[in-house]
Design a protein around this ligand. Structure first.
Ligand code: ADP
Ligand code: MG
Length: 476
């Protein structure tokens, strides 16, 4: 077979693209270039060591799996980092997995046994006693799930379930929220905690969508009995996004049967759903009534303080120093959902690594306006002027007119700096809003505020206070 690196990489990308969100894909995969393929080793060029570490940390499993599928079990991935090293050297893949591609564990998992020989879609092939691939990810745990008013009940119920699966009052436990608020994370955390507390219990995490496709496969291959029978081995079944079952009456029938069998035997059921039960349509009444047996707890949008804690935790976990004002600004500006918040953080880290920029308010603002469509546009320069004037006990006109007393000049510079940071405006537009000053005056003002924040501790302290106040106002 004559294969070249470009073709293989294009196939890899096509699959990766289906599995990760578009923003991460753009950020981490578009800068990669395929270089060569020799035997089963594909060499790719990545921008720098940071990228290498990030990819190793986050995507190595996905890449391994895809390459095994495309090239076979001996597939290897090698990285080439061109610029940063004085003498470019290949880094052979796998800080975490030294013998990339030959791990026995992973061969069992993904490799050698042809798919059609796997009778049971969730069993790990080659293992005698039924041992179930839980489909859980280690990243999603209670430790990494920040607590706030927004999720207290659901989190506590999840913990209770993981301490006494099947025998707590919460069976089934259903977690409900809009998208991007942490349902999947919490449901996975419950599964991981059950596994940690009771290593011998069989736990399975699946999306309702995957359940439905596996069910259809079972019908096609005439193995519905095996499919249903498999679930009897479970001690806990976690089904993500049950709204997906809507309108699929055959799948619902089967699911109903599985639910009853597990529930009657004191096994734990956990579901997530992206809307309240009353808005779910095309789900059979008898199944709906089962869903309502246990507890349904919702996740709300985290407050700006909880969002800040989430930002800080994620940055700390990735070993990245983020200045407090930047973390605060991002957690304030991105108030749609947590997934979007993470998206902005990822771009921030990538942008600063790629273009050697420091992580500061300016960069954060740029990315927030690029990644989050509706943000901040409602903050008007007018609002900023009124706020700053009020804060310093001045009249808004003092900031606009020609007054030159030192305290007025400082307040005016701060107001311009905040307008630049918080409103979507160019230097000239800001100049016009401040009594027709020209753009270089505004630029100079912003620079002088920035310098003072960096160099003058006293100034920084009082600026932080003011910034916290305006942040508070904006989040309400
Ligand atoms: P959903 O399933 O509701 O669409 P996810 O569970 O996929 O949302 O969450 C989106 C992202 O936000 C995930 O990366 C998750 O880790 C993160 N996230 C959500 N809530 C929290 C939280 N309370 N603490 C830490 N991370 C969170
Ligand atoms: Mg989800």
């Amino acid at each position: 077979m004559n294969i070249n690196a470009q073709d293989i990489w294009a196939k890899v990308l096509a699959i990766v693209q289906q599995r990760i969100d578009p923003q991460s894909f753009r950020t981490w995969f578009t800068p990669i270039k395929p270089l060569k393929i020799e035997g089963l080793a594909l060499t790719i060029q990545i921008p720098n060591k940071f990228f290498y570490e990030w990819i190793e940390e986050h995507y190595v499993d996905v890449l391994r799996q895809i390459l095994h599928t495309l090239l076979g079990a001996g597939a290897k991935l090698e990285y080439w980092i061109p610029r940063e090293m004085p003498n470019p050297q290949p880094v052979v893949g796998g800080s975490k997995y030294k013998n990339y591609g030959v791990s026995k564990e992973l061969e069992k998992h993904y490799g050698q046994t042809p798919a059609r020989e796997i009778k049971n879609p969730f069993a790990i092939p080659g293992i005698q006693k039924l041992k179930i691939d839980t489909r859980l990810s280690n990243d999603y745990t209670f430790d990494t799930f920040i607590e706030g008013d927004c999720n207290r009940l659901a989190r506590a119920a999840g913990l209770a379930v993981s301490r006494r699966p099947g025998s707590s009052a919460f069976n089934p436990l259903t977690i409900q929220s809009d998208t991007g608020m942490g349902k999947t994370h919490l449901a996975q955390a419950i599964g991981n905690a059950i596994k940690a507390n009771f290593p011998n219990k069989n736990v399975l995490f699946i999306s309702a969508e995957y359940f439905a496709t596996q069910f259809v496969e079972a019908i096609k291959s005439n193995t519905v009995n095996e499919f249903v029978g498999f679930f009897a081995h479970l001690d806990a079944l976690i089904v993500d996004d049950i709204q997906f079952l809507a309108g699929k009456s055959k799948t619902q029938d089967t699911f109903f049967g599985i639910f009853n069998a597990l529930h009657q035997n004191g096994k734990q059921l956990v579901f997530t759903c992206d809307k309240p039960f009353r808005e779910l349509q095309n789900i059979e009444e008898r199944l709906m009534s089962r869903f309502k047996w246990g507890l349904s707890a919702d996740l709300q949008l985290p407050s700006s303080e909880t969002r800040l804690a989430i930002v800080q935790q994620k940055m700390e976990r990735d070993g990245i120093d983020i200045p407090h004002d930047v973390a605060e600004y991002i957690s304030l500006a991105v108030h749609s959902n947590v997934r979007e918040l993470e998206g902005v953080l990822i771009s921030l880290v990538a942008e600063s690594a790629l273009n050697q920029r420091s992580i500061d308010i300016e960069l954060a603002h740029e990315l927030v306006s690029r990644c989050v469509e509706t943000v901040s546009t409602h903050i008007s320069v007018d609002f900023v002027q009124r706020f700053v004037a009020d804060y310093y006990k001045l009249k808004p006109n003092d900031l606009i007119e020609k007054g030159r007393s030192k305290s007025i000049v400082i307040a005016r510079h701060i107001a311009m700096y905040l307008s630049k940071t918080l409103c979507e405006m160019s230097f000239s537009e800001i100049g016009r809003s401040f009594g027709g000053r020209d753009h270089s005056t505004v630029m100079h003002a912003c620079q002088s505020v920035k310098d003072s924040i960096e160099k003058d501790m006293v100034f920084k302290h009082s600026f932080d206070h003011l910034y916290a106040r305006i942040s508070q106002l904006l989040s309400n």
